[in-house]
Design a protein around this ligand. Structure first.
Ligand code: CS2
Length: 494
């Protein structure tokens, strides 16, 4: 058994004898990117692409400063700090092989709750050309019911009252951009890496709503000095388990407190709109395009929605991982029918994309038995995911009088899921910012199924559509009366 080595900069030369490590000089890198949200996804995606790029020794301007924004991020901040920003990426290939390597592109880390001023200064630094965000779908503070920025959020009110010590991304960005303007510095790019249709547009619209109230005189400067490219991001990254940490120790003798595990597939399609320059990410596989909207739409409504379908149905069947759910023939036929009959007609013509192959590859990716993506992870924050992943399909299908039966079934299954226990008596772990209202409405739905659709912040005006309500109610009653397994078989054979 090899000696166990702790992952940090000092031990990197020793570790590089076991697995690939950065060969570039990390101490020579300037911080050109500030990234907010240093969870698994960022570390499997943008930080990975950037690490690949930095292996070209001539490139020295694109080190990443990772920001932990919330108290919740204390653990990841402490871990990365103790490991000098280093972590292991473990790619779980389809045949079970583990491809491991140490990623070195995160060269600095800051913990916002501890020192907000330092974070604002970093975002305003002249070396920083891009601020990237992985703040989750819910982090954009968008309300589906009003279709506007949610000023009733107490954290937003806090930021308006205490601009010097913000808590939300909007407070931070506003202060940093204000400093850039006051110091006559160049603007920068703010790039979302979240799963939202038009994520750049959404970032701009939400930020501008906040700025127009907090610092109205900054708006015009942002219009001319800040760009917000849209992007489609993709790589399945389950939560790291204790087993993954042990496996790394056992197989390579590396003690990494928080490695990241992910699938082999990766995709990053970006609009080339970087006002202050950008890394040549295209040299390491990113695609730069004029219009990313069709790619985003395809990914959100097939992959992400597909995940939600497998997660919600899987939870009702009593499964705990996505590969188990897609391995059930009834659930995978359900997903195929949903993708084929309900999503595909809404996607229009996707030039250069073979949709049939894409859908086929999704089933394969979901089925990677080594990934063990957690159903709990997929179902978490569904109140923010459903409006983005599934609602657009339903709304378009209703407009064009297309089929919505499988989509309505998913929403009915979500209502039943939100009670918090499945028909086999298994307790479901519901992690959702709207947990309370979801649960109240789910319980009310037992006597009046439509009650669940009254949550306007998730479903918009769906409750007023009689075609949808009829399909939803029928599915709801079928699941309750006949059980999930029979109900899924029934809807598939309709
Ligand atoms: C998932 C995504 O959060 C979810 O519900 O669908 O995290 C998904 O795994 C990634 O977007 C894959 O690119």
């Amino acid at each position: 058994m090899e000696q166990i080595i702790k992952l940090n900069q000092e031990n990197l030369a020793e570790i590089s004898k076991r697995i690939p490590c950065p060969t570039y000089d990390r101490s020579q890198l300037k911080t050109g990117i500030v990234h907010v949200g240093i969870g698994g996804f960022h570390r499997a995606h943008e930080a990975f692409y950037t690490d690949e790029l930095l292996h070209d020794e001539a490139i020295k301007d694109w080190g990443i400063c990772g920001i932990a924004l919330l108290d919740f991020d204390t653990k990841i901040y402490n871990t990365l700090k103790a490991q000098d920003g280093l972590y292991t990426l473990i790619i779980k290939e389809l045949d079970g092989t583990l491809t491991k390597r140490v990623i070195g592109s995160i060269t600095e880390c800051l913990f916002a709750p501890e020192n907000p001023i330092k974070v604002i200064e970093k975002m305003a630094s002249p070396d920083v050309k891009i601020i990237t965000l992985t703040i989750t779908e819910g982090g954009y503070n968008y309300n589906e019911a009003t279709k506007e920025f949610d000023f009733s959020n107490p954290l937003i009110q806090h930021d308006l009252d205490h601009p010097e010590a913000p808590k939300t991304i909007f407070g931070y960005l506003t202060q940093a951009l204000k400093l850039r303007k006051e110091r006559s510095l160049q603007g920068c790019t703010i790039q979302s890496c979240d799963n939202i249709q038009g994520n750049g547009h959404m970032t701009k619209r939400m930020l501008m709503s906040y700025v127009n109230t907090a610092e109205p005189e900054l708006s015009a400067w942002i219009e001319t000095n800040v760009s917000f490219p849209n992007a489609m991001v993709d790589r399945i990254t389950p939560a790291t388990s204790a087993l993954d940490i042990e496996l790394l120790k056992e197989t390579s003798g590396i003690d990494d407190a928080w490695p990241v595990v992910c699938e082999p597939f990766k995709q990053w399609v970006i609009e080339d709109d970087f006002i202050a320059g950008r890394p040549a990410w295209e040299t390491v596989g990113a695609q730069f395009v004029k219009d990313v909207v069709p790619y985003e739409k395809m990914k959100l409504s097939l992959l992400n929605a597909g995940h939600s379908v497998l997660g919600i149905l899987g939870a009702l069947y009593g499964y705990s991982t996505i590969d188990e759910a897609v391995g059930n023939a009834d659930i995978s036929s359900f997903l195929r029918i949903y993708m084929g009959n309900e999503v595909t007609p809404t996607l229009g013509d996707l030039e250069g994309v073979n949709l049939k192959n894409y859908k086929f590859s999704l089933i394969q990716r979901f089925g990677n038995t080594y990934i063990k993506d957690q159903i709990d992870r997929i179902c978490s924050q569904s109140s923010a995911k459903i409006p983005i992943f599934i609602l657009p399909t339903i709304n378009t299908q209703l407009e064009t009088k297309g089929s919505i039966d499988h989509a309505a079934f998913i929403i009915a299954a979500f209502a039943i899921y939100s009670v918090g226990v499945n028909e086999f008596g298994t307790q479901l772990i519901i992690k959702d910012a709207m947990e309370q209202v979801l649960n109240e409405k789910a319980i009310a739905s037992r006597t009046h199924p439509e009650s669940f659709l009254e949550i306007d912040a998730i479903f918009g005006s769906l409750k007023d559509n009689t075609t949808f309500v009829a399909a939803y109610t029928k599915a709801y009653q079928n699941i309750v009366q006949n059980g999930i397994e029979k109900a899924v078989k029934d809807i598939n054979s309709n």
